[in-house]
Write a protein that binds this ligand. Structure first.
Ligand SMILES: [Fe+2]
Length: 723
């Protein structure tokens, strides 16, 4: 990603004055979940008429297409008969076939002649069978459509009716892909039961033995993701559940259906629609009419979203709280929150570029926004009171929502930390290993979740691509750059000791820079609780620091994981200090605590964005130049994305999963895992009370300390990542 030059251009005034937009009230989802078919009786005549037209088109169009294809096949076969051999001989001289020939056959003279002859003879023999077979299959397809195509035609017409304007329908202005994915996912959520962690649901006897996992490369990201079937354990014992699981994983007798649904639905047509909200239209009501039946509950209160005070809250205590930096310009120190790294990324035609670094004085009053994506002639500086101030704030907030969702959440948390930890666990730790058992609740279903994220969100032309404005190249650059833009400890520079897994040391470094917000203070408290828990469990199973290095499986697991998170940890080369037992012990403890904190609290920070993405005037994943809101298609897509990525998972507190810890091989001198776990729960309970007290009293404090904080409240935290 190109580095953007900062704030060297004199303020260039935006062309149009923008009035401060209204703050649209938060809308809670329906109390009970239900499947929404968006079938409105008044649309029946229109659906019937449209469906009839589609059916007629299909009845005549398919035979014509079939006949055309048959003629092409027949003529192609004749052409092969006449000119097949010379063409095959010529093709054998191309670089690709030549390489294969030399690799598998050899270098002797005349091999191309032999190969071309063999292929020609195979073609001559098989084509008289293949061509009639294909023609017969096309005939069958036509007959099937004549018999049952009316259902498909009326189904498409019904999906079309979703796009009719409100109140006739719900104005689902988007492509067939989004409608189908949304419709299908409703069933997933409706039948999803919040799993509790107990000996019946998360069974140690169902854990799978370690082995090299089958993986694939996730598009754009370069991450190797295991297939769902490699999940930590079989999560069902019933034969019906097994068939459903197999089908979803593309296996078993019905596996083809799952395979097609999972791997080919994204090839459906894709187009950008630019319908804008009209003045007075409420984008929150718009989104919730569409997905409110399945949207996750919103626990954040945001009565004011647009003011400068709200901007401070957004950066200091809200979505950008983990991205606060300090900088000094002309001897003046500022807090700064940056998104200009996105400004150079190419976007699709018709959409605005991302960008905006917001500067605050040391009392957290906004001073300026320097936006490198607003103009091609250089960064534009906008200050409070300027005509373009509202637009600059909207652009910054929206760019931040993209940065957090694509970079921090999808890439950093899902595809790097969670993905490589579960891979290392499954590949190296036996099912009886205490660390495998310790991690069970924190890696629960993660392989399935990440397989879904990689295929349905990150893959080419799937949901993330359709949500954001980035081109394929832009998306690839964004993911590549994410590895160096991650926070949560990864941003500590080399001169300060480099990236670290130890959140306490990270917060100390931030404090030394002058960043000391309530977000980091609560984060430190949560970290200390988590680390104490991890240390307590480790102390029981590893009596001395030497015991860590003696455990070969533990070392293999740690080295494998660290090799994939080099950007997050300066201490990644564990082999080089293997004999420094105290350091090895510290690293192992930090690996565990950092992982637990990432998949619980940091996942909450980056992923619990319901209140932001519900409102495209607050945060839009894409918008047209000059707008103060995302398009209607964006509102639908990002609300649907949120709905689909918030399947509830087990809570970290209150809970009891002490049964997972192996009962033997522990130290009799140290507290038993059950005691350590009870203390962990007690500590989480105390933190919950403290956060609640802080939030209840926040209105009594003065600016900028008068906002609630939610992400470190254990009552909101789940044990593992969900999608
Ligand atoms: Fe997530």
């Amino acid at each position: 990603m190109k580095q953007v030059k900062q704030d060297v251009v004199a303020p260039s005034k935006p062309v149009a004055s923008k009035k401060e937009p209204p703050s649209f009230p938060v809308v809670q989802p329906a109390p009970e979940k239900y499947i929404n078919f968006f079938f409105f009786l008044q649309n029946l005549p229109s659906i019937m008429a449209r469906g009839f037209v589609y059916y007629i088109i299909g009845c005549f169009g398919l035979p014509l297409l079939g006949m055309a294809a048959s003629i092409v096949l027949f003529l192609g076969s004749l052409a092969f008969w006449v000119a097949g051999w010379p063409c095959l001989f010529a093709a054998a001289w191309y670089q690709g076939p030549q390489k294969l020939v030399k690799r598998f056959v050899g270098h002797f003279y005349g091999v191309e002649v032999i190969l071309a002859t063999i292929c020609y003879v195979v073609g001559l023999v098989s084509l008289p069978i293949l061509v009639p077979t294909c023609c017969f299959l096309m005939f069958l397809l036509v007959v099937c459509f004549w018999i049952a195509g009316w259902a498909l035609a009326f189904g498409l017409a019904w999906l079309d009716s979703w796009s009719y304007p409100y109140p006739q329908s719900v104005e689902f202005i988007t492509d067939l892909y989004c409608k189908l994915v949304y419709f299908g996912f409703q069933f997933e959520i409706f039948f999803h039961k919040i799993p509790s962690i107990n000996p019946k649901t998360l069974r140690v006897d169902l854990l799978r033995d370690p082995k090299p996992l089958k993986k694939y490369i996730c598009d754009f990201t370069g991450a190797y993701v295991p297939y769902s079937m490699e999940n930590e354990q079989e999560n069902t014992t019933s034969w019906i559940g097994k068939i459903i699981n197999d089908t979803m994983n593309g296996q078993g007798p019905l596996g083809l259906i799952g395979h097609i649904g999972k791997n080919y639905i994204y090839v459906l047509p894709f187009s950008d629609h630019f319908d804008e909200f009209q003045p007075g239209e409420d984008p929150v009501q718009f989104s919730m009419r569409q997905v409110g039946n399945m949207y996750p509950p919103i626990y954040q209160e945001w009565p004011d979203k647009q003011s400068d005070v709200a901007l401070t809250r957004f950066c200091k205590d809200g979505l950008a709280a983990h991205r606060v930096e300090v900088t000094t310009e002309k001897g003046v120190k500022y807090y700064v929150v940056r998104t200009n790294a996105l400004a150079a990324l190419p976007v699709r035609d018709g959409f605005a570029n991302y960008g905006g670094d917001v500067f605050f004085d040391m009392d957290w009053r906004p001073v300026k926004i320097v936006d490198a994506g607003l103009s091609s002639s250089g960064p534009v500086t906008t200050r409070p009171g300027d005509a373009g101030w509202a637009e600059a704030k909207f652009r910054f907030r929206s760019s931040m929502s993209v940065l957090v969702t694509a970079g921090d959440h999808l890439y950093g948390i899902h595809l790097i930390v969670a993905n490589y930890m579960t891979t290392a666990v499954r590949e190296y730790l036996p099912t009886t290993h205490p660390i495998r058992r310790f991690l069970m609740p924190f890696t629960f279903n993660t392989i399935v979740v990440n397989d879904n994220a990689a295929t349905n969100l990150c893959r080419r032309k799937t949901l993330a691509y359709r949500c954001f404005a980035l081109t394929e190249s832009g998306l690839e650059q964004a993911y590549k750059a994410s590895s160096v833009m991650l926070r949560f400890g990864a941003d500590r520079p080399q001169e300060a000791g480099g990236p670290c897994l130890d959140y306490e040391a990270y917060v100390d470094w931030l404090q030394s820079q002058g960043i000391d917000t309530e977000y980091y203070r609560q984060g430190r408290k949560y970290w200390l609780i988590v680390k104490k828990f991890c240390q307590g469990i480790l102390d029981f199973y590893y009596s001395t620091p030497q015991d860590y290095a003696k455990d070969q499986e533990l070392m293999q697991w740690a080295c494998s994981y660290l090799s994939h998170i080099r950007n997050l940890c300066a201490d990644y080369d564990l082999e080089s200090y293997k004999s420094d037992h105290a350091r090895v012990k510290e690293t192992i403890t930090n690996i565990l605590a950092h992982f637990v904190m990432t998949v619980t609290a940091h996942h909450e920070q980056a992923g619990a964005v319901e209140v932001y993405v519900q409102d495209v005037s607050f945060c839009a994943f894409k918008w047209t130049p000059g707008s103060l809101m995302g398009t209607k298609q964006t509102a639908t897509a990002q609300a649907a994305l949120m709905m689909m990525t918030a399947t509830p998972f087990p809570k970290i507190w209150p809970a009891d999963w002490t049964y997972v810890f192996p009962e033997t091989d522990g130290s009799t001198q140290k507290a038993a895992p059950k005691q350590v776990f009870d203390q962990f729960q007690q500590d989480l309970g105390d933190l919950h009370a403290e956060v609640q007290k802080y939030n209840k009293s926040c209105h009594t404090r003065s600016f900028p300390n008068n906002n609630p904080l939610y992400v470190f409240d254990p009552t909101n935290l789940e044990t593992s990542i969900s999608v």
